[in-house]
Design a protein around this ligand. Sequence first.
Ligand SMILES: *[C@@H]1O[C@H](CO)[C@@H](O)[C@H](O)[C@H]1NC(C)=O
Ligand SMILES: *[C@@H]1O[C@H](CO)[C@@H](O)[C@H](O)[C@H]1NC(C)=O
Ligand SMILES: *[C@@H]1O[C@H](CO)[C@@H](O)[C@H](O)[C@H]1NC(C)=O
Length: 257
Amino acid sequence: MIAKSFILVLLVAAASATPVTQDNSMIGYSDAVGMFLQAWQKIIPCGFAAENLPVLAPFTVDFQAFNYSNGNTNLVGNVSNIRISGLNNFQILSGGYDNSTQRAHFDVIFPQLQILGAYELEGTFAVGGLPLPVRQNVLLNKKLIDWRFVGEYKFAESNSNGLRISDFDLKYFVADVQSDHWDKYLDVAANNFVNNFIESFSMLFTEEIQPYVNTLFSMFVLPTINDLISELDLTQLTNYFVMQAEMWNNAGCAVQV
Ligand SMILES: *[C@@H]1O[C@H](CO)[C@@H](O)[C@H](O)[C@H]1NC(C)=O
Ligand SMILES: *[C@@H]1O[C@H](CO)[C@@H](O)[C@H](O)[C@H]1NC(C)=O
Ligand SMILES: *[C@@H]1O[C@H](CO)[C@@H](O)[C@H](O)[C@H]1NC(C)=O
């Protein structure tokens, strides 16, 4: 859910990319990306209505019902009072762009993401074709510690003589996952068991999924980004980041979170 909304925001932000004519030639690509990220960090506690950018720090959902049905899985339920904090609290550990090789690299860390809220669901969950009844009423309380993204990519030429990202390589790490959920239908021992399972499974999942991250990224994210930058050259893309940063900075968001 976090990853999804994070990528969504990057895409929303990138979707408003328009070539601009102002000359920012004194500012390099890497500095422009840094300015963009710092301005994003400042604006997301306020959101930016003109670009449909919602408030993301904290990101909240008061109530959302769902009804999911797929084969033998039928789940009806809702989430409420969801609050995800820490999305604005990232640090850029390093970042740079080498003009001669056209390679960029980055290293970004979210020191702490906290997810609070509640969900209820009822229905059947298919395990190996077998519909198992499920009923949960859970208070969510979860923390991700030191969620870090280290990556690099290269700019190549698109079919329309603009930019295209190639050789994308991303590694991500989580130092710790702390799960303190409370399901009112379970007793203390069962809740502890579930929380321990979630903690170790989350860490294992992080390691297990690592080899597939680049494939998933190139299937679901890169095509959209490449489409957006296919008509831009590096100067235009740099200008876009600088202009966007100026717009967000000028909005003067003073909310501290
Ligand atoms: C959920 O959706 C199914 C079919 O899409 C429908 O039959 C059912 O009544 C729905 N349940 C609720 C509680 O909305
Ligand atoms: C969802 O939320 C409502 C409260 O509006 C509650 O009455 C309902 O039982 C909830 N749970 C499920 C599983 O739909
Ligand atoms: C970057 O490299 C291109 C040639 O690949 C060159 O034309 C341009 O002036 C260089 N820009 C900077 C800022 O060094």
